[in-house]
Design a protein around this ligand. Structure first.
Ligand SMILES: O=C[C@H](O)COP(=O)(O)O
Length: 213
């Protein structure tokens, strides 16, 4: 999928599932449960042991399905390139690293860097970032998006960190283009309850659909 189509699709879907867990086996089960719940953009974070193997494996497993596999917690350009080679279709970072943006631009892969300030948001946009990961969203609350959009009306924010079913509405009403959610989505996995992960994913999809018409 071309870069612009991936960005458009994530903006249209409005939700990215974040997979952060303790083992490769659990990671793959979580991905499966999330997919069964209908979330179509799934980010494997680099803190998961064997994260690149997971990306590689699920990219192959779901190659004929309508699923966008990305890499998260990508801190530097070296990791970004490794993720791309493993099959990641987009790169998400908690931080703003210009070299990561540059390598993603070089290979025409979307990069969604983490930003906390207007300075970082503007710099990320100047280096071609179309969607900005507002992180950690829980430290600001939804009103920050309205505040940022004063000087930066065309910035696209994807709040991450502390997003739950109960605050999805507030984030979209404040102007978020998408949300990303991890621990609240996948909490069932801690006790091996992958059905709960699927049910939670379904609830997120239903909730997000109210604001993505
Ligand atoms: O980088 C993404 C975050 O770890 C996700 O935060 P969360 O688990 O609070 O949703």
């Amino acid at each position: 999928m071309r870069r612009i189509e991936t960005i458009r699709k994530i903006a249209d879907l409005g939700i990215v599932a974040v997979v952060r867990t303790e083992s490769k086996e659990q990671g793959i089960k979580i991905v499966d449960a999330i997919k069964n719940g209908g979330i179509k953009a799934i980010e494997i974070t680099m803190t998961v042991p064997g994260a690149l193997d997971i990306i590689n494996e699920i990219s192959e497993t779901y190659k004929n399905e309508d699923i966008l596999i990305g890499a998260g917690t990508v801190l530097d350009p070296e990791s970004a390139r490794a993720c791309m080679l493993a099959g990641a279709q987009y790169i998400i970072s908690p931080n703003l690293n210009i070299e990561t943006l540059k390598i993603c631009n070089r290979y025409r892969i979307p990069s969604f860097p983490g930003v906390m300030t207007v300075k970082e948001a503007l710099e990320a946009m100047e280096y071609g970032a179309e969607i900005l990961k507002l992180f950690p969203g829980s430290a600001f609350g939804p009103s920050i998006i309205k505040a940022f959009k004063g000087p930066l009306p065309y910035a696209n924010f994807m709040p991450t960190g502390g997003v739950d079913i109960d605050n999805v509405k507030d984030w979209f009403e404040a102007g978020a283009v998408a949300i990303a959610t991890g621990s609240n989505l996948t909490k069932g996995a801690k006790s091996g309850n992958y059905e709960l992960v699927t049910e939670t994913a379904k609830k997120f999809v239903e909730e997000v659909a109210k604001y993505k018409k």
